[in-house]
Design a protein around this ligand. Structure first.
Ligand code: NAD
Length: 285
């Protein structure tokens, strides 16, 4: 049994299925199409967009890039989003964040049609996760964690799982999805007392706090599965997770690396979501 749970294999497995599905859609005359909406030209956004275009091209998904002025005001931005919602040739889209300061994400996210919401941004999409519905568009990072655990044969039912982090992007939806899998879930956060004591009861410990290498061996029960969602840079500018990998490695039963762990799977889920929205719009699933 592998000790180090690598994301690449899981990502490959998901992408192969996405490619098969997109080929079927194309054979039926439908080109699965993702739109990206970027306001401005920040280097980070451009790099991210390039990585999305590459990932899509490898699985037969077309990308339409829409670049708006960085100083675009609220009304034209909203009109643009509404146009995309109506465009039958676009099956899903991503709105690059953070949005420029004149645009309010809290308002915009409500306008993203749940039918095309491949990042699960609209609270309506999230509410379906909280209600425990099946056949939903899943939040990418939370789903990536669950795919990793399942791929490597970790049973979830009845296990004690501690999730550190309660954000609406990762910790909270992930906890609800684990609950749906019949795990016993404890959610911890920045105000949790005796975090190490609570965490060290977990069979599966998931760190999504965004604090570079804060999770040390005292937090880990011997043999526990440790999943690191964090993507941080340390004081030397080096990419690292929330888990102090070297400190925790011996005591953990299994562990995900950063980079090369959960992060490697997130984009694959996004691609799979796009195929799902395309099929739903075409009433194929
Ligand atoms: P966030 O800042 O919105 O939320 C962090 C959460 O952690 C909060 O709920 C907070 O209460 C909790 N927290 C903070 N410090 C804590 C501490 N010392 N002890 C216990 N709890 C603490 O962050 P987020 O958007 O949820 O992201 C979390 C991490 O996951 C970040 O490092 C982010 O970069 C990473 N991330 C990774 C992916 C991926 O694809 N792997 C995707 C999204 C986010």
């Amino acid at each position: 049994m592998e000790k180090v749970l690598k994301g690449k294999e899981v990502s490959q497995f998901i992408r192969e299925k996405v490619l098969r599905d997109s080929s079927k859609l194309r054979a039926d005359g439908v080109i699965p199409t993702l739109a990206v909406v970027r306001a401005g030209n920040s280097a980070d956004d451009i790099a991210y967009e390039k990585s999305i275009i590459k990932a899509c091209s490898e699985v037969g998904i077309e990308v339409k890039s829409h670049v708006l002025e960085e100083n675009i005001s609220h009304d034209p931005y909203v009109s643009f989003i509404k146009e995309i919602n109506e465009n039958k040739n676009i099956h899903g889209y991503m709105v690059f964040r953070p949005l420029p300061k004149q645009l309010d994400e809290k308002v915009i996210k409500h306008l993203i049609s749940p039918r095309k919401d491949i990042e699960c941004m609209n609270p309506l999409s999230l509410s379906r996760i909280f209600e425990g519905e099946t056949d939903v568009i899943v939040p990418c990072t939370a789903a990536a964690v669950i795919e990793m655990l399942k791929y490597y044969g970790e049973k979830l039912e009845g296990r004690n799982i501690v999730v550190i982090g309660r954000s609406l992007v990762v910790g909270r939806p992930l906890s609800m999805m684990l609950l749906k899998e019949d795990a016993t879930v404890t959610i911890c956060h920045s105000k949790t007392h005796n975090l190490a004591e609570v965490a060290s009861k977990a069979d599966i410990l998931i760190a999504a706090a965004g604090k570079a290498r804060f999770l040390k061996k005292e937090y880990v029960k011997p043999g526990a599965v440790v999943i690191d969602v964090g993507i941080n840079t340390d004081e030397n500018g080096k990419l690292c997770g929330d888990v102090d990998y070297d400190d925790v490695f011996e005591i953990a039963g299994r562990i995900t690396p950063v980079p090369g762990g959960v992060g490697a799977v997130t984009t694959a889920i996004l691609l799979r979501n796009l195929i799902k929205t395309a099929k739903k719009q075409l009433k194929l699933s």
